[in-house]
Ligand binder design. Structure first.
Ligand code: FES
Length: 112
């Protein structure tokens, strides 16, 4: 698959979020000063939705326990879990915000 436009640019406010159900995923689009990112709308700690979380730089904070996730690769920063959330390739185009759900940016989980 390739990038697919899933939202118009004005649906994702600066410093804010927008959720799109797409191909069986709840895709959380986040616009930061560093660009637009696409991650799954679910915390890997206790499965809280992230859409209401605060956005700072390239991070979103889980609204339940405050864990911070790097929007560039889905990796958590903190002690609550080391499990990343899904992060996908995302780009802003003339047609809107495009995501490639087949191109994951989060690191693969190591099998133990
Ligand atoms: S549910 Fe997100 S940090 Fe606990």
């Amino acid at each position: 698959m390739a990038l697919e436009v899933i939202a118009s640019s004005d649906e994702v406010p600066q410093g804010g979020t927008f959720v799109v159900a797409h191909r069986g995923e709840q895709v959380l689009l986040v616009r930061t000063d560093h660009g637009v990112f696409a991650v799954e709308n679910r915390c890997s700690h206790a499965y809280q939705e992230l859409a209401e979380g605060k956005v700072r730089k390239v991070f979103i904070f889980c609204p339940l326990h405050g864990l911070r996730f790097d929007l560039r690769n889905g990796c958590p920063k903190g002690d609550l879990t080391d499990k990343p959330i899904k992060a996908w390739k995302c780009a802003e185009t003339d047609e809107g915000i495009a995501v490639d759900l087949d191109e994951r940016l989060d690191p693969p989980l190591e099998s133990k």
